[in-house]
Design a binder for this molecule. Sequence first.
Ligand code: ZN
Length: 305
Amino acid sequence: MRIRKSLLAVVLALVLFASILIIFSSLILNKAPNQQNIGEKKLIVVTTGIVADVVYNVAGDRVIIKQLLSEQDIHHWEPSTRDVLEASKAALIIYSSRHVETWIDKFRAAVPEGVEFVEAAENVEFLTVDSYVDPHFWFDISNMIKVTDKIVDALVKIDPEGSDYYNKNAGIYKEKLGNLHKDYLDTLSKFRGRVIITRHDAYRYLGNAYGLITASILGIEEEEISSSKMQYLIELIKKENVKVVFGEYESIDDIVDKFAAEHGLKVLKLYTLGTLSLEDVMRGEGYIYRMSKNLEALVEGLSIE
Ligand SMILES: [Zn+2]
């Protein structure tokens, strides 16, 4: 009886030890493959420069930010196998919107389960133009405030200890965005109802938010426009006495120069922010800088007598 009792105790102890071992090793194994923390920092994978800009302004170097998409424009990029590998290590993947990264579902399916995806512009109201959803939401600065809120929530969820830090930074950034939005409203109020002609159809959100009418040489995804739309554009130039066409810093084709020469227009440039990179943001040439430059160009163009 005595021997049996001590045997039972040994067996129980062994079972207990084994279960602790299993629980402990599964904890280690669960953590390792998906969330690669570099030092203490979490890896945040972002797609566009718009998202990189907000994450950098909110999280600074409390996280490691890796941007997938920079040199190629938003409209012409698809993730590679390397991008999938990079994303697999992330604590969080933040993309702009399914209306911008139209490949996101395919990408998500390729990344192992358990990596969380966050849609930064989830709470933005998108414009629809002839059955197209217009992706260029960032030209209405108030949309960037919504994006900042969404990104703060996502960061706090994976790093609750950073909550105060993220919220403080977000407050500062949102104040800057709010000031820029007000600046646009005030500055452009005297040009209310005026027409701006741009290289591609990217500025409808700007027009809507700040009272300008937009028209363009190319369509929303830089496709050629129909001859009837081109006819409308040419009539609009005459009717509204348009003096300027806005090209893009990001595009090197000569379509704008040709168009300007044909219709006697001056050429000024705007940023589309389609190729914005984390490096641009880090050297102080991010969203706010480029949007301020855009405002200067708009004022210059609309002031031509
Ligand atoms: Zn575009």
